[in-house]
Design a protein around this ligand. Structure first.
Ligand code: AP5
Length: 237
């Protein structure tokens, strides 16, 4: 039997978890910023897009179910997405908390997350909206290249080019274009994904945890603005 002290510590650990949500259109820079901030804050970086792409690559049962959605730039059904996030947040490396990158993406997902965290006495501590004009999004996605062996190594042909064209600076692997970054798919992603994103923004505005930062600035300045939002959310809670 667990001692009351240990049980209390476990519960306290869960209560103190920091759950930060990163909201933004495809290409807004959520991944770029979430990776930096998660490393700085010692939180798990949980990208639903990355988890889905990994499942597709590994041909898991989840991957087979979501492949067509991900490759066409459509949203994966809410039930599959919510179950995957709940499972990931229950693992020990999420004990300190997480930055959720690309989730929630619909109001139903935001409500399911709130309910799931609420069952543990937790809540989203900050929702950070990285705002970028639609024309800039197309350019960001079309110019993005990722490392073929580690998609956390992200480049942009104009704003962040690799030292040698087509080669990852970090591990020397070949750079590739994501399938959903092909021009025809980019427009479909934006058309399909922006309306539900605005509902997520409304949800977090209603719950009082939303902050917006201007994403059309150099990467370091966006990070600095996000840091300020996170520390004022910390002071408010
Ligand atoms: P996901 O991987 O989440 O894709 P996304 O939201 O479309 O976001 P991106 O990864 O394309 O962009 P980002 O905002 O992370 O930008 P990045 O930092 O790379 O999802 C993929 C798919 O999975 C979805 O289409 C869907 O099918 C499915 N899915 C995922 N989550 C789901 C959910 N919750 N529900 C249902 N389905 C889901 O930056 C982009 C480029 O810009 C890079 O080249 C970068 O170097 C450059 N850049 C970044 N910041 C700046 C800056 N400040 N200035 C100049 N360039 C910059």
């Amino acid at each position: 039997m667990t001692s009351p002290a240990l049980a209390g510590a476990a519960t306290r650990g869960r209560h103190e978890r920091r759950i930060i949500v990163m909201v933004g259109a495809p290409g807004a820079g959520k991944g770029t910023q979430a990776r930096r901030l998660a490393a700085e804050l010692g939180l798990l970086h949980l990208s639903t897009g990355e988890l889905f792409r990994e499942a597709v690559r590994d041909h898991t049962p989840l991957g087979d179910k979501v492949r067509s959605y991900v490759e066409k730039g459509a949203l994966v059904p809410d039930d599959l997405t919510v179950a995957m996030v709940e499972d990931r947040l229950a693992r020990p490396d999420a004990d300190a908390g997480a930055i959720l990158d690309g989730f929630p993406r619909t109001r139903a997902q935001a409500e399911a997350l709130a309910a799931s965290l609420g069952r543990r006495g937790e809540a989203v501590s900050a929702a950070l909206y990285v705002e970028v004009a639609p024309d800039a999004l197309i350019d960001r996605l079309a110019g993005r290249r990722v490392c073929s062996t580690n998609e956390n190594h992200v480049y942009h042909l104009a704003s962040h080019p690799p030292a040698r064209p087509g080669v990852c600076d970090i591990d020397g692997a070949r750079l590739i274009q994501r399938k959903d970054d092909e021009p025809a798919t980019i427009r479909k992603r934006l058309e399909r994904q922006l309306p539900p994103m605005y509902e997520v923004i409304d949800h977090y505005a209603e719950t009082g945890v939303l902050s917006a930062v201007q994403g059309d600035q150099p990467i370091d300045e966006v990070t600095a603005d996000l840091r300020r939002c996170i520390s004022s959310a910390g002071r408010a809670s």
